[in-house]
Design a protein around this ligand. Structure first.
Ligand SMILES: *Cc1c(COP(=O)(O)O)cnc(C)c1O
Length: 374
């Protein structure tokens, strides 16, 4: 393992450390660890932060998605159209509900679902559209909402990378019938372990997700339907409650770092995807390079760690190989060129300039200027 001067991420609690210690102690002293007052309070606070009427805490973002599909009655024989570029969990959640993920290609600028490709992928078996608000930027929700409405499809948002993001000024999670969030430690709002939530305005849907996360029980020991066991626990909810008030300031820091990167990378031999919506919350900061392995090695040599989100389009993952692989040439190309630069709230403000300087010294082999002599 190479030790980097500038690691890709740093998950050590900082200004929130004392509050987290107190929150954990509070739960231990109370002696109530699953489905108690912290989860209750966090559900209200998270719904309010998202601008939805309900939030339901669950074990992971993946479970949040799978339970939404199950609560909507989407399962065997049904198709859900989703993005080929995401954490594979988006599509795995569709499969967990028993339905089949169908992939529509990307808008190559926004890097989220291309609405025209979605419309072309609709079949008589399509029940839902699952856009992913990737890297912190919303998918084109006005266009996708119009398609869902025109075809009578459920719109479910994967907002696992998009806490507090907006699309045309409107919060993500309020466009669809429901949305899923993840509180995995690296997410913009992260717990000290796994966590997730469903948000929705539909009270009956929220109630059904509450039953499904808890073994399908209506009352204790009475299992009315086939549920699973996936609950946000009290310690994680208490941690998230301490962090939620800091999220707006953390998001502002992410945006400021992103603006610094854009300024610092101007003129560097790579492509920076444009900001298509001011509501972008910069979960990640990917750039595109035709020689990304060499670019990664160059940065690594300067002590700067990078990662790839994601190297394989989901339809090309072996776990999905039983599904008919849709042609997604834009996603194929993007997955070959992506590389994510470090961006997190505790990153020093001068790192983007340092990365820019380092990349100005990067000599691409392929994208050389044409020889003027012909
Ligand atoms: C993290 C993530 C998930 C899965 O969330 P978990 O909490 O890890 O299960 C799903 N979709 C996207 C886009 C993600 O980034």
């Amino acid at each position: 393992m190479t030790l980097h001067k500038i690691p890709f991420n740093d998950l050590h609690p900082r200004e929130d450390r004392a509050a987290i210690d107190r929150a954990i102690a509070r739960v231990i002293d109370r002696g109530w660890f699953v489905l108690g007052p912290e989860v209750d309070a966090f559900e209200h606070e998270w719904a309010s932060a998202c601008g939805t009427r309900h939030a339901v805490g669950v074990g992971t973002g993946t479970d949040a998605l799978a339970l939404v599909f199950r609560a909507l009655g989407i399962g065997a024989g049904d198709e859900v159209i989703t993005s080929p570029l995401s954490a594979a969990y988006s599509a795995l959640a569709v499969m967990m509900a028993g339905a089949r993920p169908v992939f529509a290609d990307l808008d190559g600028t926004r890097l989220t679902l291309d609405p025209a490709a979605v419309e072309a992928a609709i079949t008589p078996r399509t029940r839902a559209i699952l856009p992913v608000h990737l890297y912190g930027q919303a998918a084109d929700m006005p266009a996708l909402s119009a398609i869902a409405e025109r075809h009578g499809l459920a719109l479910v948002e994967d907002a696992c990378q998009a806490h507090l993001a907006t699309c045309g000024g409107r919060p993500v999670g309020t466009f669809g019938v429901a949305a899923a969030f993840s509180f995995y430690p690296t997410k913009n709002l992260g717990a000290l372990g796994d966590g997730g939530a469903v948000v929705t305005d539909d009270g009956a849907l929220a109630d059904r997700v509450k039953r499904l996360r808890n073994g399908g029980q209506r009352t204790r020991y009475h299992h009315d339907e086939f549920g699973v066991n996936t609950r946000l626990d009290e310690i994680q909810a208490a941690v998230l409650r301490e962090r939620l008030p800091l999220l707006a300031a953390w998001t502002a820091k992410r945006r400021k770092l992103a603006a610094s990167y854009r300024a610092a990378l101007a003129g560097c031999p790579l492509t920076v995807p444009p900001e298509c919506d001011a509501g972008h919350v910069y979960h990640l900061f990917p750039v595109l390079s035709l020689e990304r392995e060499r670019l990664q090695a160059h940065l690594s040599g300067a002590g700067i760690e990078t990662l790839i989100h994601y190297p394989v389009p989901i339809p090309r993952q072996p776990a999905l190989a039983t599904e008919t692989p849709a042609a997604c040439p834009v996603a194929d190309r993007i997955c070959r060129e992506l590389v994510s630069l470090p961006l997190y709230p505790s990153l020093a403000a001068d790192v983007p300039a340092l990365v820019g300087e380092t990349l100005r010294r990067f000599q691409p082999r392929m994208a050389v200027a044409p020889d003027p002599r012909g």
